[in-house]
Design a protein around this ligand. Structure first.
Ligand SMILES: NC(=O)c1ccc[n+]([C@@H]2O[C@H](COP(=O)([O-])OP(=O)(O)OC[C@H]3O[C@@H](n4cnc5c(N)ncnc54)[C@H](OP(=O)(O)O)[C@@H]3O)[C@@H](O)[C@H]2O)c1
Length: 414
């Protein structure tokens, strides 16, 4: 098995792109996406659904420590890869090893090309904007080059069609492409099909939980999905779980941010925008031609709270909502209920919002970063198919991204 691998990424604390592929000027950063409050409409959870459990607990650590923000990965295999690990000796690394000062360093890299990526990243001075990936893929024509996006940048999401045209497959944790305008959603799929490139995004909903794959399999085997519903935000399930233990909302948000459970801007979680994107992605998987604005959304923050402005100012103001939120939690507890942030796709539309659920309801037990989704279909009815497990955090999400990359490297091409 002969493999060629090229990596490129931007250091989290650096303005420069690092690469072993090409030397180019640094890329321009996209502006941070603005979280926007939306109109609200409250609703109640439909009839309780039984829960069986899939998924397991996972250790958590900072994602940025184990995974570059985005990377182009090209694996050109003369035969189908039999290894489940991306550890095949790569051409780019082989070249680097040949000029390496010591044979032991060469041997170390041959064993595990990712072993010293941090040092090599720090030592690299090349830049690699998106053009560098496109030029490289066009020039080298490797067998299965993969562009991996672990940012939340809309600009990068918009570039996927051009990357596919250049020959790259795309694996993404970034929801912006699938939750963008319907026209871009269609263009992506048409480009992928025209250029026979694969577009994999399992981590868009439920991190590493097998949500998209399960839904696709139900549909491609002829099932008709009637409704999908559940807790789709690991960060909100973590935050709401802490508030039930008496932790003020603002502190719970801070802890979720420290653990990197939230979106880069936690307002995306608190307004429900991130859950709305996931609900939209699920609805589109079901063939619905919907836009984000059509998802009915009820923010976790009170409508009169000013959530605009720079992130630091917003976080400084957040304690203002603590007392009212805690009162609401305690009033519900006295009634034997808890708050859960629920998303659903039904035949009537897409809904996202805070819902009081009785302690006896299966969703009441879903907290601490877990997700739980039920799929009611012609085949799975009246008992729905249920997926439950950790749906946020660096380790599980990185594992989901890697699983998509391995699926692409090992699997058949379109
Ligand atoms: N964390 C989770 O549990 C989870 C689960 C499922 C999906 N996701 C998705 O995964 C993506 C990343 O999440 P995260 O929690 O890792 O966020 P994060 O900690 O903020 O990391 C994002 C990284 O992307 C870099 N970045 C942002 N915009 C960029 C741009 N235009 N060009 C180059 N680099 C850019 C950031 O660099 P700087 O630090 O320099 O800004 C940062 O290193 C998001 O799309 C998120 O929705 C996350």
């Amino acid at each position: 098995m002969a493999c060629a691998t090229a990596w490129a990424w931007r250091a989290p604390s650096s303005a420069r792109w690092r690469t072993w592929v090409a030397a180019s000027p640094p890329s321009r950063r996209a502006p941070a996406s603005a979280a926007s409050p939306r109109s609200s409409r409250r609703r109640t959870v439909p009839a309780p659904w039984p829960m069986s459990t899939v998924g397991a607990s996972a250790p958590r650590k900072s994602w940025s420590c184990c995974w570059p923000a985005w990377a182009a990965w090209a694996a050109s295999c003369s035969s189908r890869s039999t290894s489940r690990r991306p550890s095949c000796a790569p051409t780019a690394w082989t070249c680097a090893s040949a000029s390496s000062p010591t044979a032991s360093a060469s041997r170390r890299r041959a064993r595990n090309p990712l072993e010293d990526w941090k040092q090599r990243l720090a030592a690299s001075s090349d830049g690699a904007p998106l053009d560098a990936f496109r030029d490289w893929a066009r020039a080298k024509r490797p067998g299965r080059p993969v562009f991996v996006d672990c940012t939340s940048s809309e600009d990068i999401a918009l570039a996927y069609p051009s990357l596919m045209e250049a020959g790259l497959h795309v694996v993404t944790a970034n929801k912006k492409a699938n939750a963008g305008q319907w026209s871009h959603y269609r263009k992506l799929r048409e480009t992928a099909s025209r250029h026979q490139r694969r577009f994999l995004y399992e981590t868009n909903v439920g991190a590493a939980l097998p949500v998209i794959d399960t839904l696709k399999n139900m549909l491609r085997t002829g099932d008709r999905v009637l409704r999908v519903e559940g807790i789709l935000s690991g960060s909100l399930s973590f935050i709401l779980g802490l508030t039930e233990e008496g932790v003020p909302l603002s502190q719970a948000v801070g802890t979720a941010m420290e653990k990197r459970f939230t979106e880069p801007d936690p307002r995306d979680d608190l307004h429900g925008t991130d859950v709305a994107r996931k609900v939209l992605i699920l609805a589109r998987e079901l063939g619905r031609q919907v836009e984000l604005e059509q998802v009915t959304l009820d923010s976790l923050l009170p409508p009169d709270f000013d959530a605009t402005g720079p992130l630091d100012d917003f976080l400084a103001r957040l304690p203002q909502v603590d007392a009212a939120f805690q009162r609401r939690v305690e009033t519900l507890r006295a009634e034997g209920k808890v708050l859960r942030y629920v998303g659903s796709v039904t035949e009537d539309g897409c809904f996202v919002g805070l819902v009081p659920v009785p302690l006896t309801h299966p969703l009441a037990a879903v907290k601490g970063g877990e997700n739980a989704l039920s799929f009611t279909s012609e085949r799975y009815s009246p008992t729905p198919l249920v997926i439950r497990g950790y749906g946020a955090g660096a380790a599980v999400t990185a594992a989901g991204v890697l699983a998509d990359v391995l699926r692409l490297v090992d699997g058949p091409l379109p």
